[in-house]
Write a protein that binds this ligand. Structure first.
Ligand code: ZN
Length: 291
């Protein structure tokens, strides 16, 4: 008996849809908050990736964000103890601790930021990010974990976290995305870089007009979906291993430890895990942060 497969799944803050033979589209669907990441959004995305992983007919995943902007980054309204992943079925192995302090914060970020991003980065099928408008801090993590990035010509990127007393966003891939010197410059200054600069640096594969973002990305996905899936998976793994051999995973582990040293320092000196003086008021409201 054949079972009819549903091609659309709607979660609270994400959607999953089969948009062409072999192509799934996963969208962050929290446009009213400019797709700011809270725990719900993160776990919804993870459910979408699991659907794509478990559907043998899916060969390529498109990944985007609904609304005018790809991502306003972490939802800063939802952080601090008690850490919210307690409400979800954990997908990584760090667990949750009642102890508080660095132990709880580190476990939370291992689960929700690092664990998720590495999990999706290691998702074996090809992924294509479609980035329009603003892509702020935590939004970079979502674009970077994809294999290919297509950006609109009005896309802009920033990691402003050093001003908040932390070395950078948790999934610390800046040196691999921007090169050593530009990684330092953008971290030190907190300056924005645009799609053209991102393309020049090799972080973005293609720059397209906003109206053409989905069509262009889908055309590439269709082309990829014509290839044999096992060879695609092996090609992806081989390139990821090359990046691992350049220190990717060791860098992530070390930088996350340093990141938590910064959180701990701020917590000791300011009773808050980031320096509030470095966080513009509007960054506490993701809708405004992305305007
Ligand atoms: Zn953090």
């Amino acid at each position: 008996m054949s079972e009819e497969k549903s091609t659309v799944h709607t979660f609270e803050h994400a959607t999953y849809e089969i948009v062409a033979p072999g192509v799934a589209k996963i969208m962050q669907a929290r446009p009213e908050a400019r797709n700011a990441q809270n725990a719900q959004l993160t776990y919804d995305l993870n459910d979408c990736f699991d659907l794509a992983a478990q559907d043998e007919d899916v060969k390529v995943v498109l990944f985007g964000g609904e609304g005018p902007h790809f991502s306003a980054g972490h939802d800063l309204r939802g952080f601090g103890p008690p850490f919210p992943q307690r409400d979800f079925k954990l997908v990584n192995t760090w667990g949750m601790t009642r102890e508080g302090g660095v132990h709880s914060r580190y476990s939370f970020e291992q689960e929700v930021f690092m664990g998720m991003c590495q999990r999706w980065r290691d998702f074996p099928k090809p992924t294509i990010a479609m980035v329009q408008g603003k892509c702020i801090a935590g939004g970079l993590m979502l674009a970077w974990m994809c294999d290919i990035i297509v950006a609109t010509d009005d896309a802009t990127f920033v990691d402003p976290v050093v001003a908040m007393g932390v070395l950078g966003v948790e999934y610390f891939n800046h040196p691999y995305e921007l090169g050593i010197r530009k990684a330092k410059e953008h971290l030190f200054t907190g300056d924005w870089w645009d799609a053209e600069e991102a393309h020049r640096l090799g972080m973005v594969n293609h720059v397209v007009e906003r109206d053409n973002l989905e069509e262009f990305s889908l055309e590439m996905a269709n082309k990829i979906a014509e290839r044999p899936i096992f060879a695609l998976k092996m090609a992806k793994k081989a390139v990821n291993v090359a990046q691992d051999n350049m220190g990717h995973k060791a860098t992530q582990e070390t930088s996350l430890a340093l990141h938590h040293m910064c959180h701990a320092h701020n917590a000791e000196t300011e009773m808050y895990a980031v320096k509030k003086e470095g966080m513009p008021e509007k960054f506490r409201n993701p809708k405004e942060a992305a305007e």
